[in-house]
Design a protein around this ligand. Structure first.
Ligand SMILES: *[C@@H]1O[C@H](CO)[C@@H](O)[C@H](O)[C@H]1NC(C)=O
Ligand SMILES: *[C@@H]1O[C@H](CO)[C@@H](O)[C@H](O)[C@H]1NC(C)=O
Ligand SMILES: *[C@@H]1O[C@H](CO)[C@@H](O)[C@H](O)[C@H]1NC(C)=O
Ligand SMILES: *[C@@H]1O[C@H](CO)[C@@H](O)[C@H](O)[C@H]1NC(C)=O
Ligand SMILES: *[C@@H]1O[C@H](CO)[C@@H](O)[C@H](O)[C@H]1NC(C)=O
Ligand SMILES: *[C@@H]1O[C@H](CO)[C@@H](O)[C@H](O)[C@H]1NC(C)=O
Ligand SMILES: *[C@@H]1O[C@H](CO)[C@@H](O)[C@H](O)[C@H]1NC(C)=O
Ligand SMILES: *[C@@H]1O[C@H](CO)[C@@H](O)[C@H](O)[C@H]1NC(C)=O
Length: 612
């Protein structure tokens, strides 16, 4: 045993020596880390760049390091060519359901077999589609932070500042979209990112660019108009979410036709929600939305049941929509997709938990779409609610490719009769004939008592209504205006031309702004096509179940220019870690060092100057 271990050690050290004797510059690895405060209008943000060079013999191979910060925006669209008509999905000549699709994959021998081939293939055929993607570089700013061949035998830190003019730039959001479980039909997407890039020049003359972190901008809003507490009242007719494209698919066409036959739309009740917000619909993150929603119903074939109220942020892809409309695609629907995660420190509460020995810190980011639910009935068709706007809610902001919009979403469950259910699904299909009567009990005690008679409801809790298929979901939404940081200073919107842009500087430097000159680069069509026109998957419900694993493997589409926007860590998080580490005495010795550095900077006033 002992001998073996010694031999292994010997071999290992020989290997290491052999490698180091043949070491060349190509082995040098540089890592760059930025921690920095968020950007804001008319504000100086502080930051540190840390450079780590490995292995040891490379300590003197770096000639200089510059740090660049830039705002890039990206938009892409896929729309139908003017006049193009997608192939119909026809019934197959062969009506035998493949045994592969039976049973486990949800197929039944009685299913009608359709041929999705032509329709699926059309999704990647440029004869039908126009694709376009472009990137807009709003501004870029750079400063040299290390020069004259410094000694990097240890990681080194250099301080910098970013001065921002009195201009509102858009907040950054992490957009995680990009996976698809079906072929892509009409499509719109956008990203934007403020990213730091370390530009490392080696002594041999080679230059590399390293992602060093990303940040965000916190725009300001003027104070809401006084008096702040004006009630806001709005009527919204609740309806079904209709997606035009779904009508291409036979499975959806059939469901819709059955629905119309058994539950004619013109005989259903009409539901109008009247929403009142006591303190208006202009709010800030962390504020409470207090209000009442009352549902007025006509006397038709459907009855109201539960109402759910959700605060939600969406992205309005206005650039893509305009492209499609101009390009002659009249069915392109202004998509409003869910927003990604905001780039802000509130998303990382778990990083700052004190170790108290009892609760291990658990990763749980706060919900960005808090919601509440209540049962409505004819005798009490209203719901008084209090919903907290998330602290990290992203303010409304219209950027070049898309806008952030905030909403109060309403979803009303409405019930229809057992007869209609049987008409649509057959006697066997109507699985919840007795799950819920049309006037579900509202008595808290009765519901709690009911809950004692099953094996899943916790004791003392009201029984949850069974997920019954005998319901339709009607939705409606009301715009909520979320403000940025309140400031009385007047601040321009960044899309106005001729405005100055942020500038990155050494801590003591005087601030001189330059006017931004945004540049737009259209992505080569081959690259856009690789993302949006590559053949993948099928709309055939049987096949797609069978090929589920292909989809999950393909979830990440070919990378686009925006894949680098979130490189490195979020610099605001790392900055807060430094601040908290100093507060908790973890960074004590360095604190003094930073203090001294900061003193020199805070002492000197920064002159704000704009050069044309
Ligand atoms: C210069 O050094 C870097 C870092 O080791 C290396 O990646 C690069 O290939 C070298 N360039 C040349 C031309 O040797
Ligand atoms: C019809 O389809 C089934 C299942 O895919 C297949 O097994 C059968 O061979 C087909 N029949 C003809 C005549 O193509
Ligand atoms: C770099 O710094 C290390 C440690 O501070 C020192 O041992 C080394 O000699 C220095 N290298 C050069 C080239 O000055
Ligand atoms: C909403 O509708 C109700 C009932 O029809 C009406 O009394 C109320 O004035 C309406 N409110 C608004 C803001 O239109
Ligand atoms: C409409 O109201 C009347 C009287 O209130 C009631 O008899 C009738 O059943 C209702 N119709 C429907 C479709 O609910
Ligand atoms: C935004 O406002 C909050 C609270 O007033 C403040 O703590 C924060 O520093 C502000 N953020 C910026 C970037 O100005
Ligand atoms: C286009 O795609 C190719 C292959 O993925 C890549 O090497 C190239 O950098 C891309 N061009 C642009 C402008 O993104
Ligand atoms: C899924 O993957 C299998 C095996 O790699 C392949 O044979 C099949 O054609 C794929 N299906 C689709 C729809 O891409």
């Amino acid at each position: 045993m002992k001998n073996f271990a010694t031999t292994a050690l010997l071999v290992a050290s020989v290997a290491v020596r052999a490698r180091s004797s043949s070491e060349v510059d190509a082995d040098c690895k540089v890592q760059a880390f930025v921690r920095a405060e968020d950007l804001a209008p008319d504000h100086i943000s502080h930051g540190d760049l840390r450079i780590k060079v490995k292995p040891a013999h490379c300590a003197d191979r770096v000639a200089s390091v510059a740090l660049r910060l830039q705002l890039d925006e990206f938009g892409e669209v896929k729309h139908l060519r003017a006049g193009a008509v997608l192939p119909e999905i026809e019934m197959s000549d062969n009506q035998t359901v493949s045994p592969d699709f039976l049973g486990f994959y949800g197929g039944s021998a009685n299913d009608i077999v359709y041929d999705y081939g032509a329709y699926d293939r059309a999704m990647s055929d440029p004869a039908f589609w126009v694709v376009k993607a472009e990137e807009r570089r709003a501004w870029s700013t750079e400063v040299v932070l290390f020069q004259n061949n410094p000694n990097f035998s240890k990681p080194m830190v250099a301080a910098f500042i970013v001065a921002s003019p009195a201009v509102n730039y858009p907040p950054a959001v992490k957009n995680y979209r990009g996976g698809d479980s079906q072929p892509i039909r009409r499509h719109a997407d956008s990203h934007l990112g403020y990213h730091y890039v370390a530009v490392v020049e080696f002594t041999n003359g080679t230059t590399v660019e390293l992602p060093a972190g990303h940040t965000t901008f916190v725009p300001t809003s003027p104070p809401p108009p006084p008096p702040p507490g004006v009630p806001f009242s709005w009527n919204v007719t609740l309806g079904e979410n209709k997606v035009h494209e779904e009508l291409d698919l036979p499975q959806d066409k059939k469901n819709l036709a059955d629905r119309q036959r058994c539950l004619p739309e013109e005989l259903r009740s009409v539901f109008v929600a009247e929403v009142t917000l006591e303190e208006g619909n202009v709010v800030r993150g962390g504020q409470m939305l207090r209000g009442k929603v009352t549902v007025h119903a006509t006397n038709g074939s459907t009855t109201m049941s539960d109402i759910r109220i959700t605060f939600r942020a969406t992205t309005n892809e206005h650039w893509a929509t305009a492209q499609a409309v101009t390009g002659g695609d009249d069915k392109f629907e202004p998509s409003s997709q869910g927003l990604g995660r905001p780039v802000c420190v509130d998303e990382y509460a778990y990083v700052f938990k004190e170790k108290d020995g009892t609760t291990p810190s658990v990763w749980r980011s706060p919900s960005l779409s808090p919601s509440l639910q209540s049962r409505l009935r004819v005798a009490k068709p209203y719901f008084d609610f209090e919903l907290e706007v998330p602290k990290s809610a992203v303010p409304d902001f219209s950027a070049f490719y898309s806008s952030v919009e905030n909403w109060l979403e309403l979803r009303l469950d409405v019930l229809y009769s057992q007869d209609a259910d049987i008409c649509m699904n057959g006697v066997d299909g109507s699985r919840c004939a007795d799950a819920e009567d049309e006037n579900p009990t509202d008595d808290a005690f009765e519901k709690t008592e009911e809950g004692l008679w099953d094996s899943h409801t916790p004791v003392g809790q009201a029984v949850e209504p069974r997920n019954c298929r005998r319901r339709l979901y009607l939705t409606g939404k009301v715009r909520i205006n979320v403000l940025g940081n309140i400031s009385t200073q007047s601040v321009d919107h960044y899309l106005k031309s001729g405005l100055p842009s942020p500038v990155i500087l050494l801590p003591q430097a005087d601030v001189v702004f330059a006017v931004a000159h945004p540049a737009t680069i259209v992505e080569p069509i081959a690259n856009t096509s690789a993302r949006l026109l590559s053949p993948q998957g099928t709309f055939d419900p049987h096949q797609s179940r069978l090929n589920f694993y292909n989809f999950t493997r393909r979830a990440a589409r070919a990378p686009g220019p925006s894949s680098r926007y979130n490189g490195g860590s979020y610099t605001g998080l790392l900055w807060k870690k430094k601040v908290v580490a100093m507060e908790r005495g973890i960074l004590l010795s360095e604190a003094a060092e930073f203090e001294a550095e900061a003193q020199g900077e805070i002492g000197g006033q920064h002159a704000f100057v704009v050069t044309p």
